[in-house]
Design a protein around this ligand. Structure first.
Ligand SMILES: O=C(O)C[C@@H](O)[C@H](O)C(=O)COP(=O)(O)O
Ligand code: ZN
Length: 289
């Protein structure tokens, strides 16, 4: 069984001081590109869909079938966790119903008590079906109304309380933000990560994994980060490779049928695979035995 829940993978990761990459898919090319990287490195991987990307692709059921069928057609043999990224309460329930392996219930914008209660409900529903759950404490910054924050820090007591619900992994703010980091970003807060890791044995999750220097990622993993989320870097890599193809005029080569999407999208898909492989190596994910 290739599709699996995250528990065993992540408990081993925290103990073994390595991380497993969680990569967002946006379409067939992303799905193939990411799965190819996992197979080539012979490592486990999380394929995750945000609510927006799932809507774009046609819904959670379609996304699950896309991943299942691509695994089959590509002959993928490494463990793959099909995960909902940043789901609200309804989305988490729907993905549990549909048969994802793992869901993130992101209640960070709710009052803390409501986030706690809803996290407990999702844990109960998911665990009854053998699925894993990620929760988020505090807020992970990003760009809102054109202003990019510098990254927030999770409250240690709130993080402890949320971890006590039995979630399988916990997303924490340690100065990380989504998207492209601004020039004046101060870097990850290793002091806060140390405080969190000392109190919480649950595997910790680093969101906003794109654009963080390798040394900081490696250090954070050595201190308790077991899952790293990456989206923007794959989007940038895909866009750059596609732009180079078009700027070289290859899409206008009628004889070579360079306009055929199977050719037009191939460099971008390869760039997704190459970037994913590079990140898997940074994260120290060991090969499957
Ligand atoms: O952008 C999304 O829809 C998914 C991201 O929030 C993902 O959870 C993540 O943390 C990746 O961050 P990024 O690498 O900075 O895009
Ligand atoms: Zn995220």
């Amino acid at each position: 069984m290739v599709l699996t829940n995250g528990n065993e993978i992540f408990n081993d990761a925290r103990k073994g001081k390595y991380a497993v990459g969680a990569f967002n898919i946006n379409d067939l090319e992303w799905t193939r590109g990411i799965l190819a990287a996992a197979q080539e490195t012979n490592t486990p991987i999380l394929v995750q869909t945000s609510m927006g990307a799932a809507k774009y692709m046609g819904g959670y059921e379609l996304c699950l079938h896309l991943v299942q069928d691509t695994i089959k057609s590509m002959g993928i043999t490494v463990p793959v966790v099909m995960h909902l990224d940043h789901g609200n309460y309804e989305a988490a329930k729907e993905c549990i119903e549909v048969g994802y392996n793992s869901v993130m219930f992101d209640g960070h914008d709710l009052p803390f008590d409501e986030n706690l209660e809803k996290t407990k409900e999702i844990v109960k529903l998911a665990h009854a079906k053998g699925m894993s759950v990620e929760a988020e404490v505090g807020s992970i910054g990003g760009t809102e109304d054109g202003i990019t924050g510098l990254g927030e820090l999770a409250d240690v007591e709130e993080a402890k309380t949320l971890a006590s619900t039995g979630v399988d992994y916990l997303a924490v703010g340690i100065g990380n933000i989504h998207g492209v980091y601004p020039d004046n970003w101060k870097g990850l807060s290793f002091d806060r990560l140390q405080e969190l890791a000392a109190e919480i044995s649950t595997p910790l999750v680093l969101h906003g994994g794109s654009g963080i220097p390798k040394e900081q990622i490696v250090k954070a993993i050595s201190m308790g980060i077991s899952k790293v989320n990456v989206n923007t870097e794959l989007q940038l890599a895909f866009a750059k490779a596609t732009r180079e193809y078009i700027e070289a005029g290859k899409d206008q080569d009628v004889d070579a049928k360079g306009y055929d999407p199977r050719k037009l999208l191939a460099p971008g898909t390869k760039a997704i695979t190459d970037t994913t492989i590079e990140r898997i190596k940074w994260f120290g994910t060991p090969s499957v035995k």
